[in-house]
Design a protein around this ligand. Structure first.
Ligand code: NAD
Length: 487
């Protein structure tokens, strides 16, 4: 199966990837995938059923429980297969970038650098960590004499539930540590972004991943919820909205099932008096409006000192006004469309709410003419931190600029949020900026930029989630400890 990067090709697939091969769905329901840039249907794929999920979990269970299978292999043996998987994915990198941009509106410049690169990078990174001497098993002197052997053992079958905004990067932040550690996986892509998951299945077949080690069933929320509570699942890894995360946490709590949750955000860009925003324009836009604003860690709540409020609002307005809006597949595009008409309407309802609450639009605030689910990149000034547009996650190209009197108030406002996921501090004095960053309650924060580091832990506090992905720390979500006492 290949889905080609020809934008005129319509993908028609009735298959799930289960047990190492393409298996037709037992149901007849379909998901129609629409290009948000052109509003044309670009694919029709299976809408997985509970029965499909049963088969996928059974395949993953059998692969994990096989007494000579994947989970029992030496890390180096798994690493060889995962290296082939990385190579097969990288060979399809352009196809993946195109598929992602065609489905969710991500500018091709972003999908080409992030979505096609992260899978291979993460597979190699985690394969290397698990293969380090002493990682899986070590001994220590026991307190009452003798030696204790401490083992890290894979958990079993992992349910990986993926959102549409960075479907490849967020899939492989789960798949790579899970598989390297010896777990098996059932992945449920979001209905908006299934085409790129078909590429993952094709790469897995080419790489010779053993049957059942990875299984992919596209489906909606109900079948996702069915997977979360499935008796054959040992661990859930979820990225998505805080609302869905709460439901999943409640189910996993009842089952005492380990779960990691990467959820929503409303992060602050804390701009200090001496910041040079214009000199850092590209970094500032990348931190505040990445991927059309459809990014969980975006610094959309911009806090600027009253003393320089007007000047900073002018700078931000000029930067945002200059952004090129267009078809996601145009390499020049900086802001593509929203993923769906529903998401566009949701973003526009926040724009209306901002106006109604008395905030002032300095650029944007509407929808461009023509086809596509576009929203004009928008800046709101005269916002107070208690307004809805300052507190709720909009998930679109909408920035809110809020004034503060002194550094202490800036930090207080940064922390006055239900969320705590990303953020940024802007100052020409790096040491001072790092000190301010220490006081922000969040999972990650950038200095004069926000560049996600796959080798460091990423995740949220408060309503932004539980647990960490990325970095060596992520592995701890995919193993359990066993102590063998030998006195
Ligand atoms: P969503 O919660 O609607 O859906 C995410 C995925 O979960 C989809 O595959 C969906 O089908 C599935 N799902 C939804 N409800 C479920 C349930 N009860 N049980 C099982 N599966 C369920 O989110 P979305 O609209 O696809 O993604 C946008 C959200 O994701 C935003 O809130 C964003 O901030 C968040 N996000 C967080 C991170 C992070 O790392 N913290 C990264 C990207 C996106």
């Amino acid at each position: 199966m290949s889905i080609t990067d020809n934008v005129d090709t319509f993908v028609d697939s009735n298959d799930n990837y289960i047990g190492g091969e393409w298996v037709p769905s037992e149901g007849s329901a379909r998901i129609t995938i629409t290009s948000p840039s052109t509003e044309e249907a670009i694919g029709s794929v299976v809408d997985g059923t509970e029965g499909d999920m049963d088969r996928a979990v059974a395949a993953a269970r059998a692969a994990f429980d096989d007494p000579t299978g994947w989970s029992t292999w030496a890390p180096g043996q798994r690493a060889e297969v995962l290296e082939r998987f990385a190579v097969a994915l990288e060979a399809r990198g352009a196809e993946t970038a195109s598929a992602v941009s065609r489905q969710n509106g991500m500018p091709l410049s972003v999908s080409s650098s992030v979505e096609s690169a992260f899978p291979g990078l993460l597979l190699r990174y985690y394969s290397g960590l698990v293969a380090e001497p002493g990682f899986l098993e070590s001994t220590r002197p026991a307190m009452f004499g003798g030696l204790t052997t401490v083992r890290r053992e894979a958990l079993g079958v992992v349910a990986a539930i993926i959102p549409w905004n960075f479907p490849q990067a967020l899939a492989f932040t789960k798949l790579a540590p899970a598989l390297a550690m010896g777990n098996t996986v059932v992945m449920k892509p979001s209905p908006e972004t299934v085409l790129d998951s078909l590429i993952v299945g094709a790469a897995a077949i080419e790489a010779g991943l053993p049957a059942g080690v990875l299984n992919i069933v596209p489906a909606g929320r109900e079948v996702g919820a069915y997977l979360v509570s499935h008796p054959g699942v040992d661990k859930v890894a979820f990225t998505g909205s805080s609302a869905a995360g709460r439901q999943i946490a409640a189910v996993c709590g009842g089952l005492l099932r380990p779960v990691t949750l990467e959820l929503g955000g409303k992060s602050a860009a804390l701009v200090l008096e001496d910041a040079d925003l214009v000199g850092n324009a590209a970094q500032f836009l990348n931190a505040t409006m990445p991927n059309n604003g459809q990014t969980c860690n975006a610094s959309t709540r911009i806090l600027v000192p009253h003393s320089k409020y007007a000047a900073f609002v002018d700078d931000i307005t000029d930067m945002v006004k200059a952004m090129k809006v267009g078809d996601a597949l145009d390499p020049e595009t900086q802001v593509g469309p929203m993923v769906s008409a529903r998401q566009r309407d949701r973003v526009m309802s926040y724009v209306d709410r901002g106006r109604a609450d008395g905030a002032r639009v300095t650029t944007g605030g509407g929808r461009p003419d023509g086809v596509g689910y576009f929203v004009q990149p928008t800046v709101f000034a005269d916002v107070t931190n208690d307004q809805v547009i300052a507190q709720e996650e909009i998930f679109g190209p909408v920035l809110t600029v809020i004034g503060y009197s002194d550094e202490a108030e800036g930090i207080r406002l940064a922390n006055d949020s239900e969320f705590g996921l990303g953020g940024s501090v802007w100052s020409q004095d790096t040491a001072r900026a790092i000190d301010v960053a220490r006081h922000v309650k969040t999972g990650s924060i950038g200095i004069n930029s926000y560049v996600n580091d796959p080798a460091s832990p990423f995740g949220g506090v408060k309503s932004s989630g539980m647990g960490r992905e990325q970095g060596p720390e992520a592995l701890s979500s995919y193993f359990t400890y066993k102590s063998i006492y030998n006195v």
